[in-house]
Write a protein that binds this ligand. Structure first.
Ligand code: NAD
Ligand code: GLY
Length: 379
């Protein structure tokens, strides 16, 4: 029986509650993964004070706020909530300030715990608010999108966008725990499932060739939100992310691999206006561009580029950048990426399936070729 077969049996046998840990010494924490696990586990043991602030957005709160509040029914916790507008365009300091307003108005003290109930936007903003409020309070990640379960809720990157650059204001700040309930996907729009799959495919490309092959075989089940397939994809993605973060929490080395395609992708998001392209959609295009450059540098075979494009297309993801974006647009936005060092653009590229590299040692003319060819739809 292969790993997925074994995992599937364990999932069914154990009624789909699995856990793993992000090992960071005194800041280690568990990730719980499974279907319909919210009511089955005791979240309250990760809350050390008496105050709880649930942070969500209008869409997710309408669907799940009552269900999450029910966890605290008959308990002594003082429960408050703040509901933000929905969208990447609200991921800014102004809207983090609304969280502070609510915390202060409801007199939350240093022992409060924030719960991020939502996708990556809510998770990143809530984590940042937790890092700053009274110089740091506890928070719990309760991710509700595929993208947030496999990526943004794990590893402690928190923050907001600036008009001049994505995720440019932030802090590394780890949660107390992550609860990834697959059941949240029952209401998740298909476009958001596809966006999350872009980050799942990334893990196969940078770290786990077998997982990449598994994704090629199971992409239809994932799009159909098959519970066992989703459980496995979330579990394997979180395992990889936890391993990477455990060795490089502050992105001094291997953690940058997780940004495959992101320098191109962030440029697309910034240029198009936050919220117009989904993060995962921009990452899919950026990944194809990164692989195209890796191929031009002679590092990977053309067949891997073609397999990756095919997989993204099967996942209903775009593979070409927006038509209104010029090479200069890409280059000027990519020049303020967080990985830029000493004025040089550094990119995450692929050396082979399962191994990435962060480098500024590439011929700028080849990068320009990738930008030019991808814009003409010739990738
Ligand atoms: P998102 O948070 O905007 O959520 C996507 C949409 O789905 C929103 O409209 C949301 O209201 C809705 N939604 C959420 N859960 C739902 C559910 N269960 N049912 C129905 N609708 C639901 O987007 P996202 O893709 O989750 O996250 C993207 C953000 O994450 C970006 O800001 C990106 O920069 C960030 N990110 C951060 C990290 C990190 O390491 N911190 C990693 C990757 C991405
Ligand atoms: N999403 C990239 C990281 O967490 O490092």
């Amino acid at each position: 029986m292969d790993y997925f077969g074994l995992f599937g049996v364990l999932c069914l046998w154990r009624n789909t509650l699995n856990s793993l840990r992000v090992e960071l010494g005194s800041r280690s924490y568990p990730i719980y993964i499974g279907s319909d696990i919210l009511q089955k586990m005791d979240i309250t043991k990760y809350i050390h004070g008496q105050q709880v602030m649930i942070v969500s957005n209008e869409t997710v709160a309408a669907l799940y706020m009552d269900k999450v509040c029910a966890i605290f029914a008959n308990s002594a916790f003082k429960l408050d909530r703040v509901v933000l507008p929905d969208g990447e365009q609200y991921k800014n300091l102004q809207h983090v300030n609304l969280i502070f307003d609510q915390l202060l108005t409801a007199q939350h003290n240093r022992t409060t715990t924030l719960i991020a109930l939502g996708g990556g936007v809510i998770g990143d903003m809530t984590g940042f608010a937790a890092a700053c409020y009274q110089r740091g309070v506890n928070f719990i990640q309760m991710p509700t999108t595929l993208l947030s379960q496999v990526d943004s809720s794990v590893g402690g990157k928190t923050g907001v966008n600036h008009p001049l650059g994505k995720n440019m204001i932030g802090a590394f700040y780890q949660p107390q725990m992550v609860v990834a309930d697959i059941n949240f996907f029952s209401t998740l729009p298909a476009r958001e499932v596809s966006a999350g799959l872009a980050e799942v495919i990334k893990y196969g490309l940078i770290y786990d060739p077998e997982f990449f092959v598994w994704l090629e075989k199971n992409i239809a089940d994932l799009l159909a939100k098959d519970v066992d397939a989703m459980c496995y994809a979330v579990q394997r993605s979180c395992e990889i992310k936890a391993e990477v973060v455990a060795v490089d929490e502050k992105e001094q080395g291997i953690r940058a691999w997780l940004n495959l395609g992101h320098t191109f992708g962030h440029a697309i998001e910034t240029h198009q206006g936050y919220g117009n392209w989904l993060h995962g959609e921009a990452v899919a295009v950026g990944t194809v561009m990164a692989l195209d450059l890796s191929y031009r540098l002679g590092w990977i075979d053309r067949s891997l580029l073609e397999r990756t494009k095919k997989l993204f297309i099967s996942a209903n993801l775009p593979i070409h950048p927006p038509e209104n974006m010029s090479e200069d647009d890409f280059l000027s936005i990519m020049s303020v990426d967080k990985k830029v060092f000493d004025g040089h653009i550094r990119l995450v590229l692929l050396e082979e399936l399962g191994r990435a590299i962060v480098t500024d040692k590439f011929d700028m003319n080849l990068l320009k070729e990738t930008l030019s060819i991808s814009r003409k739809g010739l990738l």
